[in-house]
Write a protein that binds this ligand. Structure first.
Ligand code: ATP
Length: 272
């Protein structure tokens, strides 16, 4: 029984309540509270070191919080045992920056891997599922190739097919545009939107790529120093008069972000 039964039509699938993550003395996530609606496409923005990857690692069950509650589909993953967390990880999809394909395995075998590891399905059924997942990302005819025989954009799509293998309710993308040419970025963006719309899979994306962020997001949150400092639709973020949002969205060199960074550097240099 979920400890917080979820209504599949109206509830938030992700509920992040007063989350703190500390590494030693450093507070990396500072009392974060965030809800993500079932089926929503959310983009998390933020400068280097803002805490985005830490948050994504936490949501995907790869790291633990120092305190707080993170409910995914009604279950508090912060209170799970290691074994329960292993089970949880099978129910979500993560597309890592690199695509994280096994280079010695064919594209098809990479997609089949989670099914072979986590299910008792026979090989014929696995073969059919692999074809369906590869078709979703436009790679069905490349199943027999090694990752090194396809382009970077195709590798990313193959990683996506693998992330979809177990029919996740939530998929997390860690900088999906990284290292791709503009055409491949657009293809991956369209794919993220298409999969979200056709499969209804809740989509959480970390990206530095503003064009991509605004193309894909239904809602954006901006992180700074382990906190959420803005939250809004693409329209609201574009028109925001908050100097921090303005600087980040427009990539301005002058503004509160750079002012704080240079004063931090100065303080740091005096102290050392
Ligand atoms: N395992 C760890 N141990 C110690 N410190 C860590 C660890 N992981 C992250 N940090 C620190 O936490 C802070 C936030 O890091 P995080 O990777 O979450 O930021 P980010 O917003 O994803 O940055 P980037 O865009 O550069 O990837 C950084 O100061 C980082 O050095």
């Amino acid at each position: 029984m979920p400890e917080h039964p979820a209504d599949p039509h109206t509830d938030n699938i992700i509920e992040c309540d007063d989350i703190v993550v500390r590494f030693g003395e450093q507070v990396v996530l500072d009392h974060l509270t965030l809800n993500v609606k079932r089926g929503e496409r959310l983009v998390i923005l933020g400068g280097s070191g803002a805490g985005k990857s830490t948050l994504l690692n936490l949501m995907s069950g790869q790291t633990r919080s120092t305190s707080g509650v993170m409910r995914i589909d009604g279950k508090n993953i912060c209170a799970m045992s290691d074994a329960e967390l292993d089970e949880y990880r099978k129910t979500i999809g993560v597309l890592f920056q690199s695509g994280a394909l096994f280079q010695s395995m064919t594209v098809g075998d990479n997609v089949a891997l989670p099914l072979r590891m986590h299910t008792d399905l026979d090989e014929d059924t696995i073969g059919t599922i692999v074809k369906m997942k590869l078709e979703l990302v436009g790679l069905r005819e490349h199943a027999g190739k090694l990752p090194s025989e396809i382009s970077g954009g195709m590798q990313k799509r193959a990683g996506l097919a693998r992330a979809l293998a177990m029919d996740p309710k939530v998929i997390y993308y860690d900088e999906p545009s990284a290292g791709l040419d503009p055409v491949s970025v657009t293809q991956v963006d369209e794919l993220m939107i298409g999969l979200n719309e056709t499969l209804g899979v809740t989509t959480v994306i970390i990206t530095h790529e503003m064009v991509s962020a605004f193309r894909v997001a239904q809602r954006l949150v901006l992180m700074d120093q382990g906190k959420f400092v803005a939250d809004g639709t693409p329209e609201e973020m574009r028109n925001s008069e908050d100097p921090l949002v303005y600087q980040f969205v427009n990539g301005e060199s002058d503004g509160p972000l750079s002012d704080r960074r240079s004063s931090d550097d100065y303080t740091q240099s005096l102290l050392s």
